[in-house]
Ligand binder design. Structure first.
Ligand SMILES: [Fe+2]
Length: 433
């Protein structure tokens, strides 16, 4: 007889695609919004990987232990796979079988095949439906890049803003400060069918921003116990294997996609010190890789608006002009910055390269001045709707489609392309639709 109820309520996920493997993820949580509902003991989880979704012939399989100390999450590093190939995976525990996930390995190092990257950020659950993910899945990306604000830590406000508070939190919900509270917040988000389907459709690469911990946090400010709990829950619920390093969690890393694209994922929150948004060790790491990258496109993926803005922002690279200068001076010619955080879509010309700013999946946008583009001639585009980006990188060109949904206060929004741009040096060419 089964000892536990169906434990795969939060679905499956994969991430960190390499030419020979991926991380596959699940979590045993029969009662996800009440502490998980698992007994306080380790539990065996079987995993299976196959080239077909009926698992007629297994490519790889094994058994791992889900530990109570990790909220019974499992992160399996699958190796021995072929490059640029689709695989299916699933998990079994105590007689139960998970849904089937689909993933794709990265191209071989010498590959010149084009790559399609979907980019998302800022998905405040209370602010709307995650319909954009349904369209993102239909766009069939090779990899999904999430630039932070995967969860929001806020409690239920005493007075909710009308029109913006469409999926209320439970009445008793306080702001997350404890490990259990952060875990339950991830569980709430991962019960969303569109988000769960997006994780099951493609491998993800993610980097936290501020709301995975607390609004506008940076550096070593605030309660270290809260920070530790927040990052532990984040690491438990996403398909990567990050480890505490000193008093931080190291998220900054490089992922390479053949000869086409070098993805440098940077953490603009944890290592801030006066005048330095990345901190000395991460800066050395980043500048070294910018200077030595040989890929056709070098992409810096991080949460915060990189280009200057008038008026400047206090919680973006505008507050760290020396850090920005160092990055631009080290950047190669074909340089692209991907960023999020601001809940609106923008495009910017940089001194070197260009920046594409993704809008929010659901988080409500701030008011934007009518003359924002006139005051900032290097900003080429603005769109105030929710959505995501699809970037197409090849040896010939780097183009971006700004995908927009007209509403998130109810399900079922259609999607359209607000604009498309081609990066040409540090210019942006608008592509006629
Ligand atoms: Fe946000």
């Amino acid at each position: 007889m089964a000892k536990i109820k169906f434990p795969f309520t939060l679905g499956v996920a994969s991430g960190e695609p390499a030419p020979d493997g991926v991380i596959i993820w699940t979590r045993l949580a029969p009662d996800p919004l009440n502490g998980g509902g698992m007994p306080a003991s380790a539990f065996d989880v079987r995993w299976e990987v196959a080239e077909d979704d009926r698992f007629a012939k297994l490519t790889a399989s094994g058994t791992t232990r889900a530990q109570p100390s990790g909220a019974h999450s499992v992160h399996v590093k699958v190796t021995g796979l072929r490059p640029a190939s689709v695989y299916f995976y699933r998990f079994r525990a105590d007689g139960h079988t998970s849904r089937v996930g689909r993933t794709k390995t990265a191209p071989a190092p010498a590959s010149t095949a084009p790559l399609k990257i979907a980019v998302a950020s800022c998905q405040r659950y209370e602010h709307g439906h995650f319909t954009a993910y349904k369209h993102l899945v239909a766009d069939d990306p090779d990899v999904v890049l999430h630039l932070g604000d995967y969860i929001y830590e806020y409690g239920k406000p005493a007075v909710a803003e009308p029109g913006r508070y469409v999926r209320p939190l439970k009445d008793s919900t306080a702001a997350c400060t404890t490990l259990n509270a952060y875990r339950e917040r991830y569980a709430l988000y991962r019960l969303d069918p569109d988000l769960q389907a997006a994780h099951a459709a493609a491998p993800w690469i993610t980097i936290p921003d501020d709301h995975e911990v607390v609004n506008n946090y940076g550096g070593r400010t605030g309660d270290p116990k809260r920070r530790k709990a927040a990052y532990q829950a984040n690491a438990e619920h996403l398909p990567y294997r990050v480890k505490p390093a000193g008093d931080a969690m190291q998220y900054y890393r490089r992922r390479t996609f053949g000869a086409v694209l070098d993805l440098l994922v940077a953490d603009a929150r944890q290592y801030r010190v006066a005048g330095d948004i990345l901190g000395p060790a991460q800066t050395t790491w980043l500048l070294d890789r910018l200077k030595t990258s040989t890929a056709r496109w070098t992409v810096l993926a991080q949460a915060l608006f990189f280009a200057p803005r008038n008026p400047p922002s206090a919680d973006a690279w505008d507050a760290y002009p020396q850090s920005r200068r160092k990055v631009l001076d080290a950047a190669p010619e074909n340089f692209v910055v991907l960023s999020g955080d601001v809940h609106n879509a923008w495009a910017a010309r940089l001194d070197r390269g260009v920046e594409f700013v993704v809008t929010s999946i659901s988080s409500a946008p701030p008011a934007v001045r009518d003359d924002a583009l006139e005051r900032n001639p290097h900003l080429a585009f603005f769109d105030g709707r929710r959505g995501y980006l699809v970037a197409h990188a090849s040896m010939e060109e780097f183009t971006v489609d700004y995908r927009a949904v007209p509403y998130v206060d109810r399900p079922g929004a259609p999607v359209s392309t607000a604009a498309s741009f081609r990066a040409v040096g540090n210019k942006l060419e608008r592509i006629d639709l």
